[in-house]
Structures are given as structure tokens and as C-alpha cells.
Design a binder for this molecule. Structure first.
Ligand SMILES: [Zn+2]
Length: 149
């Protein structure tokens, strides 16, 4: 069997089929993790102490006399940074939601990686079962680049 190596997409030689089971198990575990995700929100909650801008106010010269704290949610949308003011009460809710979002992203990345690994296994398996692939492995190789992103 020819080894498939596609430069930057990170497709490495396929591991033995025995590990497919292990990957499938891990996929299920990670998928269960998705159900644990609570309400989520992209972004970061910032806590800020502000100067009011009045020259005679103590905040102008003393950093410890600044006003606040003020909270805001900041995130990127279409390449632009968006800031949303949050009340003191809302801040912990959004902070928790932002944490959930990061957790979700981590999970998705892992699921994505794992899915690709599993798909590679499945493709290899399907190819090995196909008579045309066995008699003409070059054809299989030729089709492969279309899968590239
Ligand atoms: Zn001030």
C-alpha cells in the first residue's frame, strides 16, 4: 500500500486499525463533554478602574483613587473589537459564560482533530474493502487531493 503524505494538512501515515476503536471511544467521551456546557459567550470580561477626566479629581494623580470598578465584555466580531459595558451584577455571569465558551472551543478542537483521525481510518478501511482500490491503488491516490481543504 502506498503511504499517503500531504504536506501541510498534517496527514500522516494511517495507524493500525486496532486504534480506531480507541479513537471512537475517546470521541464519545468528548461528545459527552458537550452536554456539560452551560450558556456560553465569546469574549473576555475586563475589570477596569477609570479616570473621570476632571483635572481637580484625585483620580487624575492617584491611581488608587480611580473610579470603578467598571466591567466590560470584549470580543472580536468581523475583525473588530467590540466592548459591551456590564453591570457589576452581570459581570460574574458573563465571566462564567466566557469560560464556558473557551471550554467549548477546546472541546470542538479536540473533536475536530479526533474526527479527522477517525475519518482517515475509515477511509483506509473502506479503500481496503473496495476491489477497485485493491487492484488499482493509484486511482485511490489520485482521488485523494480533492479532500484537501
Ligand atoms: Zn475622578
Amino acid at each position: 500500500m502506498p503511504r499517503i503524505s500531504v504536506s501541510k494538512s498534517g496527514i500522516r501515515p494511517v495507524e493500525p486499525n486496532a486504534s480506531l476503536q480507541r479513537h471512537a471511544q475517546r470521541f464519545l467521551e468528548l461528545k459527552r463533554g458537550l452536554e456539560q456546557i452551560e450558556y456560553f459567550c465569546k469574549g473576555t470580561v475586563l475589570k477596569r478602574m477609570m479616570k473621570c477626566g476632571k483635572a481637580q479629581c484625585a483620580c487624575a494623580s492617584d491611581a488608587t483613587k480611580r473610579h470603578g470598578p467598571y466591567f466590560e465584555l470584549t470580543y472580536k466580531a468581523n475583525g473588530k473589537t467590540v466592548n459591551v459595558k456590564l453591570s457589576r451584577e452581570a459581570a460574574p455571569l458573563y465571566r462564567a459564560a466566557a469560560q464556558q465558551y473557551r471550554k467549548l472551543k477546546t472541546l470542538l478542537n479536540r473533536l475536530d482533530k479526533l474526527s479527522k483521525t477517525i475519518l482517515r481510518h475509515q477511509a483506509k478501511l473502506a479503500e481496503s474493502k473496495s476491489p477497485s482500490a485493491r487492484t488499482d491503488s493509484k486511482q485511490g491516490l489520485f482521488r485523494y487531493p480533492r479532500l484537501k481543504r
